[in-house]
Write a protein that binds this ligand. Structure first.
Ligand code: ZN
Ligand code: ZN
Ligand code: FE
Length: 750
């Protein structure tokens, strides 16, 4: 007989960890107890040594689905255990840094709400320890019912029984509810019959219904109904941004998309993100995802969604419930305003949402899931920091301006906020400030310093300055690479890598705009080794909205005659008036798209032209033996920096346009040409600096065609390639990189 004390750290509270231990211990004939405390979970056991080892083994190999064990320590204990195994009440506080993300409807609850024999049959707010809202309903920690928006619902006897029974899958499920005691759904304006069933019929009849989800309201309509989709676009004032879809099961999704086994697992996982899937099979109205060859699809995330979609054999649009770029509506009263000209009906329920959280977006690229928008199901899970960061003081990193997030460092881990949105939108900036305050309370976090982007005009940088905390400024593209290094668990003391950042716009150390950079980088510093050749952005911000301006400037820079000369633009470029030079890869994509007539005059959102260009390139396959067909780019120098000069490409493009070459062929040649130029320069720089590891980041690497080609070529050249997966390569990952760089500097200075 042995006695042991086992300490478990990680995400182990509020995820069914104690009952899992309880069940295993009883199965293995162990005596003892399990409890939550300020450090995580503490288990005391007595029994055969091999049974104790078995317990640990099985816990580590198969922890409860929502749990994550960071560390497990076993010590010999002297205090004897009483017979039997008990779950004890929490003692003093809870684990420092973990609040579990919201989890999508589990298989057990799905089965239950569809079973007429169950008391939760057709109950839209069913949940259990393995599924349901967490982060979105919690006001403060410790995470128990009193701290959530469920506090006002008093448990009925049946629910109380389940809640207190360790053998029940709702043991200590804090959001437990049933038709007798829990929140209810309602339809506004009210119609006779069951609210959810009526809403299904309304969707089928072409109506727009606002539906309350886990982290906010959505707007839904039949995705196969072109009139309804067009009406929704107009009502939401959303020009071209693709709409997400939801379908009741995989079979429906498979009629419109190809779904690999890996993608199917991700769709059905607890995070249940929107997956960007290749469109195939039946077509949907073009207004769902204009000009794209991917569709963003998800499965029901709550019983409400499952019940709503059960009766529909087709997907529905499930897009954020807001007007244009404002934050998603979470408040029930506010949702009713959607009835004015946006939604025909509102399907609501009375479980309040405490924290707004959008749907996450994931894409499988080169065999790895890549999070493009990190929100529901992922945030606020903490990310471990690599070796060497244990001594980091508590920090806050303010992030970027588009796709904004912020990041807290605490106890050697990073807590990256959910995607907030573009801060230029005043309501998103309000949301950003409120969220920072909320996280500070929730995680009991008091930063000693704040990191921010070098950009003098970013609202996040201004916010950082206003806090009065010691400010650590971080260059935009350095932060991109650092985020990639953190994710790759690159230790603080590791040698530098060659960072390749293909990006939109970021403030450079020389006060010019960067966006296609080759950096010799570690956490401490970044030195620019190479770049895309800077080209003017005539009109500044207008050039981001209007791709033709970039085409014009690129043609001029390449010595080509634009179709229609534009003397004003020429003067702006010549005199450097409101035409800042930018080495931006995003603007190169815009210029190329414009050359092919894609979003030539205007793009609805940054990245639209590039996404459509990629979709076009997917229609034409170029193989490795077709390298000669790639558009040529020249390696040159620009102010002592190695640089990629696309001049020869523009000559070829002008020729191809004149010869009437199909746009898809040209798009494919462009992607291949850029990939070859980037990898050729990377290989030269890696050789010159004796580096064997390359890190890829920046928004342009969300382009699967570009990413796959660049990554494969670098690997074939014998280089180790680091890239991003759980943190976006776009500006949504900046705050994590800023935090790591600031920590590195503070640790070095200590
Ligand atoms: Zn469940
Ligand atoms: Zn109940
Ligand atoms: Fe960026």
């Amino acid at each position: 007989m042995e006695q042991a004390e086992i300490r478990v750290r990680g995400r182990v509270q509020g995820v069914g960890f104690r009952p899992a231990v309880w069940r295993l211990a009883r199965e293995l004939g162990l005596a003892g107890e399990v409890r939550n405390d300020a450090e995580g979970v503490l288990i005391r056991v007595a029994g055969e040594g091999s049974a104790i080892t078995d317990l640990l083994d099985r816990l580590t190999r198969r922890p409860p689905p929502l749990a994550r064990i960071d560390r497990l320590e076993r010590r010999v204990a002297s205090k004897p255990c009483e017979p039997g195994f008990r779950i004890m009440d929490s003692t003093g506080g809870v684990a420092g840094t973990e609040v579990a993300p919201d989890a999508a409807l589990c298989a057990d609850c799905a089965r239950e709400v569809l079973d007429p024999a169950e008391r939760r049959h057709r109950y839209a707010l069913a949940n259990c320890t393995q599924c349901g809202p967490r982060f979105s309903i919690v006001h403060h920690i410790p995470y128990d019912r009193a701290a959530t928006t469920m506090a006002t619902f008093t448990l009925c006897a049946a629910c109380r029984g389940e809640y207190g029974d360790p053998a029940d899958r709702r043991f200590h499920a804090e959001a437990i509810a049933c038709p007798a005691c829990g929140p209810r759904t309602r339809l506004v304006p009210e119609l006779p019959g069951d609210a959810v069933a009526t809403a299904t019929a309304l969707l089928a009849a072409g109506r727009i219904v606002a539906v309350k989800g886990i982290g906010g309201y959505h707007l839904a309509c039949d995705a196969t109904d072109a009139t309804a989709v067009a009406r929704l676009r107009a009502a939401k004032r959303r020009e071209t941004k693709p709409f997400a879809l939801m379908a009741c099961d995989l079979a429906v999704i498979r009629r419109y998309c190809t779904v690999s086994p890996q993608e199917a697992d991700l769709l059905a996982g607890a995070a249940a993100p929107i997956m960007l899937l290749p469109a195939a099979g039946r077509a949907l109205p073009d207004a769902v995802a204009p000009g794209l060859t991917t569709l963003g699809c998800m499965l029901p995330t709550t019983p409400l969604h499952l019940l709503l979609l059960q009766g529909l054999d087709r997907p529905v649009v499930m897009t954020s419930g807001n007007i244009t770029d404002a934050p998603q509506i979470i408040d029930d009263d506010e949702a009713l305003t959607l009835l004015h000209g946006v939604a025909d009906y509102v399907l609501a329920h009375d479980r309040p949402i405490a924290t707004r959280i959008d749907d996450s977006v994931v894409r499988l690229v080169a065999g790895t899931p890549r999070v493009l928008r990190r929100a529901r199901g992922f945030a606020p899970a903490s990310l471990p920091l690599p070796d060497g960061f244990a001594a980091t003081p508590d920090l806050l990193a303010a992030g970027g301006e588009l796709k904004a997030t912020f990041c807290l460092l605490k106890n050697g881990a990073a807590i990256l906020s959910q995607h907030i949105g573009d801060l230029e939108e005043a309501r998103s900036f309000d949301e950003y400030r409120r969220s920072i305050a909320r996280y500070a309370t929730l995680f009991d976090h008091t930063p000693t310093a704040i990191a921010a982007d070098l950009h003098p005009e970013y609202l996040s940088s201004k916010y950082a300055r206003e806090t009065g905390l010691p400010l650590i400024e971080v260059q935009h593209h350095h932060a991109h690479i650092a985020a990639c290094l953190v994710e790759s668990a690159r230790p603080l003391a590791a040698p530098p890598v060659l960072g390749i950042v293909l990006d939109g716009l970021g403030w450079g150390e020389d006060g010019t705009i960067w966006g296609g950079e080759f950096l010799l980088a570690d956490y401490h510093a970044a030195r620019r080794l190479g770049t895309l050749k800077p080209v003017a952005m005539p009109g500044g911000k207008a050039a981001v909205r209007e791709p033709w301006r970039n085409l014009y400037a690129h043609l001029r820079a390449a010595g080509q005659q634009p179709e229609t000369p534009h003397p004003t633009l020429d003067a702006m470029i010549r005199n450097g008036v409101n035409a800042p030079p930018a080495s931006s890869c995003g603007r190169l994509f815009d210029a190329m798209a414009a050359a092919l007539g894609i979003c030539r005059e205007r793009q609805g959102h940054e990245g639209e032209a590039a996404a459509r260009l990629e979709a076009l390139a997917c229609r034409h396959t170029l193989h490795d033996e077709d390298d000669a067909l790639a558009y040529p780019m020249r390696l040159a120098t620009h102010r002592d920096l190695a640089c990629i000069d696309p001049t020869p490409m523009w000559h070829a493009v002008v020729d191809d346009v004149a010869r009437g070459i199909p746009p898809a062929v040209m798009a494919a040649r462009f992607h291949k040409g850029l990939s070859i130029a980037v990898t050729t320069l990377a290989c030269t720089l890696a050789r010159d600096t004796c580096l064997d590891t390359v890190a890829l980041s920046g928004g342009c690497f969300q382009n699967a065609v570009l990413f796959e080609q660049v990554e494969r070529r670098l690997r074939m050249a014998g280089l180790t390639v680091l890239s991003q997966s759980i943190v976006p390569a776009n500006d949504g990952g900046l705050s994590l990189g800023q935090a790591a760089i600031a920590a590195a500097r503070l640790i070095a200075a200590a």
